[in-house]
Design a protein around this ligand. Sequence first.
Ligand code: PGA
Length: 254
Amino acid sequence: MRRKLVVANRKMNGSLASNKAFLEGLLAGTRDYQNADYAVCVPHPYLFQAEALLKGSAIAWGGQNMSRYESGAYTGSVSPGMLTEFSCEYVIIGHSERRQRGHDTDHSIGERFEVATKAGLKPILCIGETLDEYEDGITDVVTIRQLNAVINEIGVEGLAGGVVAYEPVWAIGTGKAASPAHAQNILSFLRGHIEMLNADIAKNIRILYGGSVNAGNAAELFSMPDIDGGLVGSASLNTADFVAICQAASNDYR
Ligand code: PGA
């Protein structure tokens, strides 16, 4: 059975003081809820703090993006080796907020996924359709294209080293989460696609749902058979809300 995973995507939020309160609250709030995995993806300057506060606990941490290069003249970028120096377990790859601003393309995301796994990181590959694409009824075409871009780069076996997060762009930060039925439908479709290539990997890979997951809808979303947890933005800015989402994932342990 796949263990649920809840990941906080803190985006460009936080401060040393507020992060400390959040991480300490999370440690306390999940102590009795150990039937799921948790991770916090923080802005790069706070990795040192995340490592200091979370080391030795069951909560992992990670970055929100990563260069595909090891080093060099890439002003403002952070390499995989820099993330592993701070003991990151995860790194978010291809978030729509980066795709939309033209920073990431399907191809460069595939390369990043490969470089991340080679460095020992678990990439969290974000895929999902825009509102226009959703309304045009081409969610399947778009998400498969995004997933295949990575599979073409590293082969389906390479996917096993990471996590997939289906995040419809229209649901991100809007307060309008996809219905559990829609999310389940797409996740089962994506898993079915992976299954055609490798049944074992399809059975074991964690596919998360992201987009306005909150304390009120988490339990129902997580009860869907193919939803293996959540990538959580806005609700990770409130400790009590994020803890409640983590607890919902742990309670769903089957
Ligand atoms: P949201 O963000 O929870 O605020 O919708 C999710 C994400 O962008 O990963």
